[in-house]
Design a protein around this ligand. Structure first.
Ligand SMILES: N[C@@H](CCC[C@H](N)C(=O)O)C(=O)O
Length: 365
């Protein structure tokens, strides 16, 4: 991956929105690494956009008629990776159209470079839309920003659904069967644009989470003591396909004020604790009411993120198991709220939240 250039396309109707193409003077001007196009083109593909190009000190402005995001993704320049950046409550991802191959177009190492917020595009992960298997419509794979591959991603699968709708030019309500490392996941795009996801059933058996913490009689780890640097935290372990350690505070401690946590200090100690052989995501939770919770997350392979969909699901399961909450909750995350329901009749968890385009771009590989 080499030199840098970017293009951002935005509609003429909004004075705050612009379209830019720029190349760094110090790098190969003929080899742009980044071309960015704004979400507005996605929202109204037929809106005329303004394109501003700046190369070294010169700049040109041109109107681009009928910019189409799908057309942008259809471009197949050799040596370039086309992508769309999405976010779900600030948990951001580089989405790659990988429908023509069952192997991701880039390696975990390349993904980690693209996720770098200073030297790359910047994201919490890279998500690939691959062909479906076992009767599913698509397969979703994801690399975390450190290059590791998790089984599932809740915010990511909402972005995935919106990405597929854009690639397939679908409008309105649609649902998809997605094969993931956590099994079958079914997101449904609703009329209001939010995505409701059937996240399947939580896994509570300690060895399947996985955790080496001693299990209860029913093999679950609920409100168990975990020693972290000499402090005992009460934790409940839940897998949503990927491992989560949920805590409402320390032994004998008061209701935790999550804003006061030194997340960057404590998070890695949970993530890499010896009782979690596959590392873990950790959610720190404050209870406002039995249907309103607030959490901060330290993600395995990505650190502190603004939201974690699987984490919010794990939090509601843990809160119900610990007798702290009802099955239908609003979970506030740093990036905004998610609606989570753990349905008694089928044991499935449903997550509802937004997914938005940030920009379109391409990078040389
Ligand atoms: N942010 C995601 C979870 C992404 C995977 C996680 N970092 C892991 O390694 O398990 C979500 O929204 O669920």
């Amino acid at each position: 991956m080499g030199a840098i250039a970017a293009a951002i396309s935005l509609p003429l109707t909004s004075p705050t929105r612009r379209s830019l193409t720029f190349l760094t003077a110090s790098r190969r001007p003929s080899s742009p690494i980044l071309k960015l196009n704004s979400p507005s083109a996605a929202a109204s593909p037929r809106a005329p956009t303004l394109r501003v190009s700046a190369v070294s000190s010169s700049m040109s402005v041109e109107a681009v008629e009928k910019a189409s995001p799908a057309a942008f993704l259809d471009r197949r320049e050799a040596g370039f990776l086309h992508f769309v950046k999405y976010h779900g409550l600030g948990n951001d991802f580089i989405l790659v159209d990988n429908r023509d191959s069952s192997e991701p177009k880039i390696s975990p190492e390349q993904a980690a470079k693209l996720c770098d917020r200073h030297f790359g595009i910047g994201a919490d992960g890279v998500i690939f839309a691959l062909p479906g298997i076992n009767g599913t419509d698509y397969t979703m794979r994801i690399f975390n920003s450190d290059g590791s591959e998790p089984e599932m991603c809740g915010n990511g699968v909402r972005c995935f659904a919106r990405f597929i709708a854009e690639l397939e030019n679908l409008q309105g309500k649609h649902s998809f069967k997605i094969h993931t490392g956590a099994g079958l996941i079914i997101p449904e795009i609703q009329e209001d644009g939010k995505v409701k996801v059937d996240m399947g059933e939580p896994i509570l058996k300690a060895s399947d989470v996985p955790t080496r913490l001693p299990a209860n009689k029913d093999q679950s780890v609920v409100k168990s003591g975990l020693d972290v640097d000499g402090v005992t935290w009460n934790v409940t372990c839940v897998s949503m396909g990927n491992p989560h350690c949920v805590t409402f505070g320390t032994e004998g401690g008061q209701n935790m004020k999550v804003d006061e946590l030194m997340l960057a200090d404590i998070g890695p100690k949970f993530e890499n604790h010896e009782v979690f052989p596959a590392r873990t995501n950790t959610e720190f939770v404050q209870v406002f009411t039995p249907s309103h919770l607030k959490m901060r997350v330290w993600e395995r392979g990505a650190g502190a993120t603004l939201a974690c969909g699987t984490g919010a699901c794990a939090v509601v399961v843990a809160a119900v198991l610990e007798g702290r909450a009802e099955r239908n909750c609003t979970v506030d995350l740093p990036g905004g709220p998610l609606q989570i329901e753990w349905r008694e009749e089928n044991n499935h968890i449903y997550m509802t939240g937004p997914a938005e385009v940030v920009f379109y771009g391409s990078v040389p590989l």
